[in-house]
Design a protein around this ligand. Sequence first.
Ligand SMILES: C[S@@+](CC[C@H](N)C(=O)[O-])C[C@H]1O[C@@H](n2cnc3c(N)ncnc32)[C@H](O)[C@@H]1O
Length: 330
Amino acid sequence: MGGYHVPVMLRESLEGLALKKGGRYLDATLGGAGHSRAILEALEGCGGGELYAIDRDREAIAEACRVVGLEPNSEERGGTVRPGVQFYILQGNFMLLDRLLQQRGVEALDGVLMDLGVSSHQLDAPERGFSFRSAGPLDMRMSDQEEGPTAAQLVAQAPLEELARILRYYGEERFAGRVAQAIVREREVRPISTTSHLAEVVERAIPQKAGKTHGGRAINPATRTFQALRIAVNRELESLQRGLEAAIGLLRPGGRLVVISYHSLEDRIVKEAIRSRLGHCTCPPRVPFCTCGAQATLREVTRRPLTPGEEELELNPRSRSAKLRVAERL
Ligand SMILES: C[S@@+](CC[C@H](N)C(=O)[O-])C[C@H]1O[C@@H](n2cnc3c(N)ncnc32)[C@H](O)[C@@H]1O
């Protein structure tokens, strides 16, 4: 499989989208175009259609253009890529997906895919600063064109309490207070500007015996701190919340929303966005008849999230935390 990023739960994603002839779809997280390429192929197979794709990362867009044979610097960044199939790539944050699509005259969709988080390429490129496994500048921005501090700036400037809150909430770090204190002490002596320096500080702050495991595998003590800072730097949860609202708002009746999330904070937001639109009555139990007027706008296609099968887990261990949910617009 490709070297940039191996697409996760590809078969399940395509089944979830339930592509149909002439349909108009959005891949809100283009990455290395693993899912997009398969959607384009499937659209050709079912008689044609249109796919729009968004990413906030310029490098991902350049790679995706290369994969599908589009000119990355052209104004259109799109066109007919297979018989009967149009593909257009847009750069930006998916929280603004409705605006990005409106600029192209798109007002409604038959399906949206969101494969959240970072790509393997982003994680593995030391200069992007996402991983404690490779030494690099502490950056972590998915897009260098959007405003917002780098992880190094956040770590240098955030007050102790804010750092602790970020680590506790976004990283679910049990030792958030201790790690935040260690960061503040260290930055008074020496600025923390590299991934390896931060990883060392975290490792020293967390009691050795507290090593946690994930599905029986030991996880590095810096994992949660890095996850937390990445989420904060990229305002990931806020983007997800707003992106989901925009995506659901654009779906035509029968249109599908397919979301793959990689940690509990993301999955909770996706679950809530779907459940809150199922039309469940919110009246207090003692009210004799319903006054809240709850109306369903979505139907849950997957009551419980789907997870990767054993074969996929073996081929692509990075898929291990994936959860896929599908909903349909009523
Ligand atoms: C897990 S990767 C997607 C991989 C892709 N499905 C594939 O198979 O190649 C997630 C991608 O979404 C992008 N991304 C994450 N959050 C985003 C956001 N709020 N707006 C736009 N792109 C985002 C990242 O830059 C990354 O390239």
